[in-house]
Design a protein. Structure first.
Length: 213
């Protein structure tokens, strides 16, 4: 938990190189800390701990990197970092909404019936259309970028958001739980709201960092 906080802070203050360093140091400290428990279960505990470190704080730190694009002192809606945050959130929401509507109306062919029975290829197509449309609109009118970057952003978002959702579903099934937390009970838990966002932020930051900002 301490390492995760440090990773987010250094990402915002000093950038991506500092984030990589903080992640490596945090992972090493975790492995050293677990030596106190002895040999039994060491690999399992260390692997699970490093996985948790990467899955949430490392991926979440890209939000800090995105926010820092407009300068380390923040700003309003005209700030590049804030605009990037809005873009990544809205395009991910578009994926969820487009997939839900298309899935409900036209869903017949399951994408991964064992992992997530409700996901269909028709829903994925709806997500793709919604994310590309949202990506083009946001990049052109909010970020003042080229339309083709919006298309690339939309395609990246729909693939990564879908994979993020499927991975989180696999984790829940492997752990034998319905909700990842009780923060939002009966709705999959808090991670069901964050899985797609965590999966999309890193590639979207990379695309906007080099293609728009």
């Amino acid at each position: 938990m301490a390492g995760g906080v440090v990773m987010v802070v250094v990402a915002y203050v000093w950038g991506s190189a500092a984030l990589v360093t903080a992640t490596a140091v945090s992972a090493l400290v975790i492995m050293l800390w677990l030596l106190r428990r002895g040999v039994d279960g060491y690999v399992k505990n260390a692997t699970a701990s490093v996985f948790a470190l990467v899955y949430v704080p490392f991926l979440g730190s890209f939000v800090a990197l995105m926010l820092a694009e407009g300068g380390r002192d923040g700003g309003g809606l005209d700030d590049k970092g804030v605009q990037g945050i809005l873009t990544f959130i809205l395009v991910t929401i578009a994926s969820d909404i487009g997939g839900y509507i298309a899935g409900v109306l036209f869903g017949k062919h399951p994408m991964a019936p064992v992992i997530s029975p409700k996901k269909s290829w028709e829903g994925f197509a709806g997500s793709a259309i919604a994310t590309v449309a949202a990506g083009v609109a946001l990049v052109v009118y909010l970020l003042d970028g080229d339309w083709w970057i919006g298309v690339a952003l939309g395609l990246i978002a729909v693939v990564m958001a879908t994979l993020g959702d499927l991975c989180e579903s696999v984790i829940k099934r492997d752990l034998g739980i319905k909700d990842m937390s009780q923060v939002i009970p009966g709705h999959g838990g808090l991670m069901d709201r964050l899985d797609s966002l965590l999966a999309t932020i890193a590639p979207i930051w990379l695309l906007l960092h080099y293609g728009v900002f």
